[in-house]
Design a binder for this molecule. Structure first.
Ligand code: FES
Length: 222
């Protein structure tokens, strides 16, 4: 994948962090998303806003295979359509009541969502990746990309950090000045190697946040 384009696709989270029958929250460029995996293992991504009164769907729960909103319990099926309204149990909800879905793909051990209709899918290579960790970093994603060695203009790259094996680093711009760094290792990596990479990720975070703090202070003093 190194040197390829990701189009409008963003790496939301490690696949391993999304259990079947659960929902989690994510944010891309300030846009809040609900990320759900159904019991069959398929991931779904919707805007994190209930079509009824705007409650965060990521705070909901899975009931009878559908995602139930925490507020009034409206339930939404895999395609985002409302399938049940508890206050009107005999009503068949109109198809227009629907959580707004995004395109979703799963590859390289990551759940990706597209915020651009026509963006190409991320390319898939034959390497199997194992998750190391995800870190939230309070620093601009471009600075973190440079610090870990992701080429300019890309959000993910395979890095040959050292002789022990390759690392996949993927960056999610959360909002201005904050990002998520996802790290994965080649499946052949041993436990010690995974611990080393997790420590490296923490070092990257510490340095990036220190630098961001210095830049902020320099701006305040100036
Ligand atoms: S706000 Fe979601 S069911 Fe009412």
């Amino acid at each position: 994948m190194s040197g390829t384009r990701e189009g409008g696709w963003y790496p939301l989270m490690l696949s391993a962090d999304l259990e079947p029958g659960t929902v989690a929250g994510s944010t891309v460029l300030g846009r809040d998303l609900a990320v759900r995996r159904d019991r069959e293992g398929q991931a779904h991504v919707w805007d994190d806003r209930c079509p009824h009164r705007g409650m965060r769907l990521s705070l909901g729960f899975v009931r009878e295979g559908a995602l139930a909103c925490l507020y009034h319990g409206w339930r939404f099926g895999a395609d985002g359509r409302c399938v049940h309204i508890p206050a009107h149990p005999d009503l068949s909800p109109p198809g227009t009541i629907r959580a707004a879905p995004l395109r979703v793909a799963e590859c390289h051990g990551l759940v990706w969502a597209s915020v651009e209709e026509d963006g190409p899918l991320p390319e898939v290579d034959a390497v199997a990746w194992v998750p190391v960790r995800s870190l939230r970093i309070e620093a601009p994603w471009q600075d973190v990309a440079r610090a870990v060695g992701v080429p300019d203009g890309h959000r993910a790259a395979v890095l040959d950090r050292d002789v022990e094996g390759r690392v996949l680093a993927a960056l999610l711009p959360v909002r201005e000045g904050a990002c998520m760094l996802h790290l994965l290792a080649a499946a052949s990596a041993g436990v010690e190697r995974l611990h080393d990479l997790a420590d490296w990720g923490q070092d990257v975070r510490a340095r990036a946040e220190e630098r961001a703090g210095q830049v902020f202070l320099a701006g305040v003093v100036a």
